[in-house]
Design a protein around this ligand. Structure first.
Ligand code: 5GP
Length: 192
């Protein structure tokens, strides 16, 4: 998606450790108009698929998934929670994920009542690096008996292996921008 690539070029900064910072429009301040165009693009890429629900993970996934849902017939958005809370009641799906940016394990939780057998789901998230977050969400879908129709990612770092592994497993993975390389010294970013 050219507009997303241009925005990354304009506002993205490359950090050491293969981290791309895009908090100006995606991870802290949110450009809702851009989110809307991203949602329209995923709807085009996943056209013809049955989508009952969108699954994402807090925090940055929520905004893009909610705006995207407007392009999928206003289906509900369920986000996996990263923290236990007294507000979480009933049976839950729980899985462990290793965080690329925080460099530690954390559990993610989805209440069983919000993901049920036979539901067709699209998973949406902001970034794809090594695929740990997506693997956790896929595991939760498998435990629920939900069908993963596709995966929509805003920014895939193509030089890390998450995307390649998921495509090899047969998932319909649609990333709107795929970063081929980025250099923390010069700030140069290239796209696939
Ligand atoms: P993975 O689980 O695929 O290794 O990493 C994906 C998750 O880590 C995303 O949900 C995102 O929150 C975070 N992440 C990974 N790489 C980056 C990055 O370069 N920039 C930002 N902002 N987040 C990232």
């Amino acid at each position: 998606m050219k507009e997303l690539e241009d925005r990354i070029q304009r506002d993205g900064t490359v950090r050491a450790g293969d981290v791309l910072k895009v908090d100006n429009f995606l991870n802290h301040q949110c450009d809702v108009e851009l989110f809307d165009k991203m949602g329209a693009e995923w709807a085009r890429l996943f056209a013809g698929k049955r989508v009952d629900k969108i699954l994402t993970i807090e925090a940055s996934g929520i905004g893009i998934a909610c705006v995207a849902a407007r392009h999928f017939g206003n289906v509900p958005v369920v986000f996996a929670k990263k923290y236990q809370s007294i507000n979480l009641d009933g049976d839950q799906y729980v899985t462990n994920i290793y965080s690329f940016t925080k460099q530690k394990n954390y559990s993610v939780i989805v209440a069983k009542k919000f993901l049920t057998a036979g539901e067709h789901v699209i998973i949406i998230d902001d970034f794809l690096a090594k695929g740990n977050a997506l693997n956790g969400l896929i595991e939760i879908c498998e435990a629920a008996g939900a069908v993963v129709e596709g995966i929509g990612i805003a920014v895939e770092k193509g030089f890390q292996d998450g995307g390649e592994k998921l495509r090899a497993r047969g998932y319909d993975l649609q990333s709107l921008a795929i970063v081929k390389s980025m250099d923390p010294e010069t700030g140069k970013i290239t796209f696939a």
